[in-house]
Design a protein around this ligand. Sequence first.
Ligand SMILES: NC(=O)c1ccc[n+]([C@@H]2O[C@H](COP(=O)([O-])OP(=O)(O)OC[C@H]3O[C@@H](n4cnc5c(N)ncnc54)[C@H](OP(=O)(O)O)[C@@H]3O)[C@@H](O)[C@H]2O)c1
Length: 232
Amino acid sequence: MKTMLISGGTSTIGEAAVRYFTQKGWHVYFGYNTGKKKAEALEAELGPSVAALHLNVQDKDSIKTLASSIDELDLLINNSGIFSSFLTEALEDAEVGRIFDVNVTGLFRLTKAVLPKLKEGASIINIASVNALMPTFGSTTHYDASKGAVIAYTRSLAAELAPKIRVNALAPGLIAAPYLDEKNEIRKIFEKRSVLKRMVTSEEVAHALFFMAENTALTGAVIPLDCGYTIG
Ligand SMILES: NC(=O)c1ccc[n+]([C@@H]2O[C@H](COP(=O)([O-])OP(=O)(O)OC[C@H]3O[C@@H](n4cnc5c(N)ncnc54)[C@H](OP(=O)(O)O)[C@@H]3O)[C@@H](O)[C@H]2O)c1
C-alpha cells in the first residue's frame, strides 16, 4: 500500500485529495492545524487507512512530532497555505512575513523534516497558484510572490533531489467552494477570463495530484490547472 502525507488536509483542496487518494487505496496521513473537529470527522468517516495528525508548519516542534509518527512515505503534498488581500500602500511587513512564513518557509520546514522518510522513487508536490503565473485580483502581491517562490523552490529542489525523488508543483486556478456564490467579485473576474468560463473543482485538483504522483517521467514541472485562465 502506498503512503502519503498532505498538509492542510482540512482545506477545500486537502479534503478532496484525502478522499481521492483513499479511494485509490493509499494510506493517507493528513495534517490539520486549527481544524481539529473537521479532521477528526474526516478521519472517522474514511476509516483506518486515514490518520489525522496535528501540524503547524510555523512550529518546528509540531513538525518534529508529526515526522516522528510517520514511517516511510511515497508522497508528500505541501498544501497548507494562507491568503490575504491588501493594496501595496496598506501592506505591512508583518503581513508579508506572515504569508511567507506559512506559504514558503513552512514548506521548507516540512520538506526538510520529512525528507528522510521519502522512499526511493517517491515524490513531492507543492501547491502553488495560478496567481504566480498571472496577476489576478490586483491586491495580492504578497500572496502571488509567495506562490512564485513555491514554483522556484520546486524546480530547484527537483534538480537537487533527482533521480531519487521527483518534485513538481500544481498551480490551480480559483477553486469552487460554497462561499464563492454567483455574486462574488473574485469568481466573476475568474470566470470572465478563463476560457472554460468556470472555476476549477477540488475533485479536478485531486485527480491532477494523483496523475502527478503516479507519472514517473514528471519532475520539475509546474502544471496550471486553471480552466484556461492563463490563456484568457
Ligand atoms: N482555494 C483556491 O482557489 C486556491 C487556488 C490556488 C491555490 N490555492 C492553494 O491551495 C492550497 C489549499 O487552498 P484551500 O483554499 O483549499 O485552503 P483553505 O480552505 O483556505 O485552508 C487552508 C489550509 O491551510 C492550513 N493551514 C493554515 N495555516 C497553517 C499552518 N500554520 N500550519 C499548517 N497548516 C496550516 C489550514 O489548516 P486548519 O484549517 O486545520 O487550520 C487549512 O487546511 C493553499 O496553498 C492555497 O494557497 C488555493
